[in-house]
Design a protein. Structure first.
Length: 402
């Protein structure tokens, strides 16, 4: 039975966010690659536009959350996100859908995400009662499970039409705003008697100094750069283009790709929840990243759509371990008063690199076709794993989850 306590409301708000953005992942790729039939380079540019605001605003979002409280900033950001699908729906209904209008939608939603992500991450540890890794695993399992439902809804975009799906996304995000508004959480914020701009700059510098001087935080941040550049770029650009290139390229096929990935992510998080966590998250992180890179290369040689989907499922399972371990390490190692800022750096390293990864993979597909781009990205991940293992002490890192 659902009880509206702080943790349940937080999980509900999280669920609405991930459900809505699972829908967006498929619909956005479908509009760009199928409906507008854009070139690989333009697909990369469009996905870059979705990530660009994070590169610019996510550190500011983290600083705002540390100063004014994650709950308030999450409400503001998710309210803005709820308006985005309505705006795109009006554009489609008026007959003005174009590459430029989709880019504007992407920039708006990316800006909202830059506010919500660090605010939400900063709230997590306040509700974890000392069991950070276990709550990260639980949140991740719910996240990946709810995304499957979102992908199934988006799979019907061909039949339902983009406007119906987008309005559904807006309603879901609005429910999350209500959950955040009802949520009660004890937040001690740093309302220093200094100018707003100076506070933002000083807090960002402080967070950067903490990340740079803490070996585990720095290593995970650098690992995230490789993840965003090669894995995220491949997922949001190369794989949709591979499906268009070698298969039918419908919204259903794009949705099945996302469903397979989400099922893998869900099973990996459920496995971690059943075993109670991982004592050495650094080892789990590196091994899982190596497996994810290998599977990415295997996707280039898939002979059928069913084979590709199976590989994406396995890729999702390994990627789930990477995502949970990296997030757990950051949450555990971050000072409590800087947690939103530290998690903002975490998200920035991933999404910022994903921005350049989108462009890189778009150009790689133009030059080497989708298969060659996947092999290139897999090689990049293999190199990153070797460098991290040789140059850092992440292999010996122990968790305080028990």
């Amino acid at each position: 039975m659902f009880r509206p306590n702080g943790l349940n409301l937080y999980l509900l708000a999280n669920s609405t966010w991930y459900l809505a953005f699972a829908i967006q992942m498929v619909v956005f790729a479908w509009l760009i690659t199928i409906q507008l039939n854009e070139s690989p380079t333009r697909v990369g540019v469009a996905q870059m536009a979705l990530l660009l605001p994070s590169l610019i605003f996510i550190l500011i979002g983290g600083s705002l959350a540390d100063r004014y409280g994650g709950r308030l900033i999450a409400i503001v950001g998710q309210s803005a996100a709820a308006l985005g699908p309505i705006g795109l729906t009006l554009i489609i209904v008026s007959g003005h859908l174009s590459f430029q209008t989709v880019i504007l939608f992407a920039l708006w939603m990316g800006t909202a995400q830059a506010l919500v992500t660090p605010a939400r991450d900063g709230l997590l540890a306040k509700l974890a009662e000392g069991k950070v890794q276990k709550l990260v695993i639980k949140v991740s399992m719910i996240q990946f499970g709810i995304q499957i439902l979102g992908f199934m809804v988006a799979a019907k975009a061909d039949q339902l039409g983009a406007t119906t799906v987008l309005c559904t996304q807006s309603i879901i995000l609005t429910l999350g705003v209500i959950a955040f508004a009802v949520l009660q959480v004890d937040e001690s914020t740093s309302r220093l008697d200094i100018g707003f701009t100076r506070h933002i700059v000083d807090s960002i510098i402080e967070g950067f100094t903490t990340v740079r001087s803490t070996p585990a935080l720095l290593t995970v941040t650098l690992q995230n750069l490789a993840m965003g550049l090669f894995l995220m770029g491949s997922y949001i650009v190369t794989l949709p283009l591979l499906i268009r290139q070698n298969h039918e390229g419908t919204s259903s096929e794009l949705a099945w790709m996302n469903i397979a990935n989400a099922v893998g992510l869900f099973l990996s998080s459920m496995t971690l929840l059943r075993i109670g966590g991982v004592k050495r998250p650094g080892r789990a992180l590196l091994v899982s990243l190596a497996v994810a890179g290998f599977l990415l290369g295997c996707a280039a040689f898939a002979r059928s759509f069913a084979e590709l989907i199976f590989i994406v499922f396995l890729w999702g399972a390994s990627g789930g371990f990477v995502m949970i371990m990296s997030r757990s390490i950051m949450q555990e190692q971050a000072p409590a008063e800087q947690r939103a800022r530290i998690m903002a750096f975490f998200s920035l390293s991933f999404m910022g690199a994903g921005l350049f990864g989108s462009l890189l993979n778009g150009y790689l597909v133009e030059i080497f076709h989708a298969e060659g781009a996947l092999v290139f990205a897999a090689s990049g991940i293999a190199l990153a794993v070797v460098l991290i293992h040789v140059t850092s002490s992440i292999w010996q890192l122990e968790s305080h989850w028990s």
